[in-house]
Design a binder for this molecule. Sequence first.
Ligand SMILES: Nc1ncnc2c1ncn2[C@@H]1O[C@H](COP(=O)(O)OP(=O)(O)OP(=O)(O)O)[C@@H](O)[C@H]1O
Ligand SMILES: [Mg+2]
Length: 496
Amino acid sequence: MRTEPRIPFESKVIFGYQNQAVSGSITNLSLKGIFINSHSCPPKNSFVEIALAVPFLSEPPNVMAKVKRTDHGGFAADFFGMNHEVASSIWSFVCARLTSLSNCPYCGMPIEDKQLSHCPHCTYLLSFDEPGYFEKRDTAITRKSLMDFIGKLSDPEVHAIARTIRKYLLGRNNEGSDNCDEEMVGTCDKMRTVFHLIRKVAMADVPVLIIGETGTGKEMAARAIHERSLRQNGPFIPINCGAIPKDLLESELFGHEKGAFTGAERQVRGRIEYAAGGTLFLDEVGELPPLLQVKILRFLEDYRVERVGGRESIEVDLRIIAATNRDLEKDIAEGRFREDLFYRLNVVTIHMPDLRERGEDIVIMAEMFLRKYAQKAGKNIGGFTREALTALKTHHWPGNVRELVNRIRRAAVMAEQRWITPDNLELKIGQNQGEGLKEACKRFEHILIKETMGRHEGKISQTAKALKISRSEMYYLLKKHGIERAERITKGPTPV
Ligand SMILES: Nc1ncnc2c1ncn2[C@@H]1O[C@H](COP(=O)(O)OP(=O)(O)OP(=O)(O)O)[C@@H](O)[C@H]1O
Ligand SMILES: [Mg+2]
């Protein structure tokens, strides 16, 4: 198909080739090139100089062109180095005639309705005199050539390209989630253990089970493993076993053949097949119904699938990472989850800590999210007030990091002053958030020790003195709360 619309146009012409002037007649003209009939055709890739003595150009210029092909006693040549004035005169002339054509100048199909803005056959833009026509046309052509190119690639190649474009060109890692361009943040011991495990298992290509409360970053950890693995150029295909209706889940995972059930109008591949060459992320795996637990177990034995209603057994090379916020061992004991599947999935376990166990990371993450969302909201926010920091540190965080992200995003939008208050975060200081007295005392003790240490630059004796306890009691408390040397010199909350 043509990428430049051309018009039939008849006019005598002289062109120069190898120092000879040759005569011919123009039969077609576009902004990009020309077709000339001549008894003497220059060969492909040769250069000609055309004296464009055509009625619409008052001063006939000499235009250079390169021969693209020769056929039917003539040759097609592409213009080059044409000046802007000549180009715009040619385009005005071509454009005026294009609108009266009865066939699409791109695909050649008949166009009955002259008012159409796009060709009903090839979909290219027909409103040639519309402002921005060239940009729109180029976008359509680029889009189509990309589609043609992608159509010839294998599924893993398509996924790898999409991932690279999203990550490196668009700065997005995952559509729909605006947080995935962030690296996983964490400095506390528990998160360091998580990072260590992620790096260690990434290259091992074994199934991994990630457990943790809702919003602790299980999916982020799964993606981090995939991105550091040998399968990083393959797809990362997530499926939330708890979010898809049980009767659709089987076909979603395994695919189906045409006619497998009422409504199965065509063959559909399942997510397992889509994950070929990459990673299948079985989210909320504890919600898998018993029948599908058996099917997944069988799949993990030989890595072969049969689509629903199909007989062909298809080999799929992938890695499984599963995640759950359920206590699977309890589910096994109560007969809700198969023990054999649990051991298959649980070759390595990564435990994502609750946010409330991550100490100073809460503030580090809060500050990072605030910078990001303040910038997005175009606000000049200085940080958190002392009260807001206390509220962040003492909140129970039932929704973990996701809750933190949401509260900060909302606060960045709602804040009217330079400093974020507990009100902006919709948090209250000292509000009982469902924890017992012992837990609350321990948490308070932890915060108090860290803040006092921060004020005394990590010096044990000065902190002990300020807290009115002995040095040995101080060491005992540091051990009890797992406060590390590096943490002791962390400064207290940002001064307001
Ligand atoms: N360590 C981290 N650093 C930065 N952002 C994080 C971190 N952990 C989680 N997040 C962010 O928190 C949100 C929740 O993370 P994610 O979806 O991975 O959690 P999840 O455990 O899979 O949650 P759920 O159980 O609800 O599915 C996301 O926006 C993610 O980007
Ligand atoms: Mg999740």
